[in-house]
Design a protein around this ligand. Structure first.
Ligand code: GDP
Length: 297
């Protein structure tokens, strides 16, 4: 299960302090030391950990906590609030353009789960919001990628717009939006090309598509299992494209949690959705508070 190691360690630490009728500065010091180690071991960004611990310490030795009747529980509340804050507020809303179709560009490295997430998002838009999305295959470098999106479209009984591997991705995106208008689709989901690593050709292509289609959302798809790499990838994509949100995939795997806990603090962009499996209905809104509760038990 995701976060297992982190959750175990934090819960053990917390147990020691919860019932205390009095919490000394020494207790707080010991607790924050253990929290710090647990977070670093879960691959949370070093600077993120440092800032978080500083805030927890300041608040935990503050008057409000020390003078309360249940200081142990107050300290835990502080930890929970700070973890929630770290992951950002509630962010799962999807943009709606006043001039349909609303255009969403999906970006990310190859293997992160971009194409699968495009299908999942289309499914969610239809099921939850009663929308009619058009899926667009802009990855012209891998014929398998177009096929994969077409297969997903088939499973969802949704149309997929593609122009094969010869066309230019910017043209495909442009024509797809015209087609969406003709056929009265209210959303256009553009599945762009990925690479194994961040590279300047890819970034240029994505920037060109962005400039042309002026998307309402750019969702960056990152693989939670890759820990700090996911955070670095998010930073690079965000610098280039100024993404509007992050989808963290494979949270059903046994990720240590570093990416989920660092992305918002490092990039300033919130995690909007979490991929919880390979199936098309396994995309969930990302709730920082629930995630913090899950980690702290
Ligand atoms: P892309 O190259 O970024 O388009 O990645 P794909 O959509 O092809 O996904 C790569 C692999 O990750 C596929 O085997 C997907 O089934 C799998 N995958 C995607 N999202 C999730 C997820 O949330 N959980 C799990 N367990 N697997 C996922």
């Amino acid at each position: 299960m995701a976060f297992e190691g982190l959750a175990d360690r934090l819960q053990n630490t917390i147990k020691k302090i919860t019932g205390k009728g009095k919490v000394s500065e020494q207790d707080v010091k010991e607790m924050t030391r253990e929290i710090r180690l647990a977070l670093l071991e879960a691959d949370v960004n070093f600077k993120v950990v440092k800032d978080l611990i500083k805030r927890i310490k300041e608040r935990a030795v503050g008057q409000e906590v020390m003078e309360s009747l249940t200081p142990g529980q107050q300290v835990i509340k502080v930890v929970k609030e700070e973890l929630t804050e770290l992951m950002g507020g509630e962010q799962s809303k999807i943009a709606v353009s006043d001039k349909p179709p609303t255009v969403i560009m999906m970006v990310g490295l190859q293997g992160a789960g971009k194409t699968t997430t495009t299908g999942k998002l289309a499914n969610l838009l239809r099921k939850k919001y009663n929308r009619s999305p058009l899926l667009v295959a802009c990855d012209v470098y891998r014929p398998a990628a177009i096929k994969q999106l077409e297969t997903l479209g088939g499973q969802l009984s949704m149309p997929v717009f593609s122009m094969g591997t010869e066309a230019n991705p910017v043209d495909i995106a442009k024509k797809a939006i015209e087609k969406a208008k003709e056929d009265h689709h209210d959303y256009v989901l553009i599945d762009t090309a990925g690479r194994l690593h961040v590279d300047s050709d890819l970034m240029q292509e994505l920037t060109d598509i962005k400039e042309l289609v002026n998307p309402d959302e750019i969702f960056l798809v990152v693989d939670a299992m890759t820990g700090q790499d996911a955070v670095n990838v998010a930073e690079s994509f965000n610098e280039q494209l100024d993404v509007t949100g992050v989808v963290l995939t494979k949270l059903d795997g046994d990720t240590r949690g570093g990416a989920a806990l660092s992305i918002k603090a490092v990039t300033g962009k919130s995690i909007k959705f979490a991929g919880m499996g390979e199936k098309l209905d396994q995309l969930e809104a990302f709730h920082p508070e629930r995630m913090a509760s899950r980690i702290l038990g």
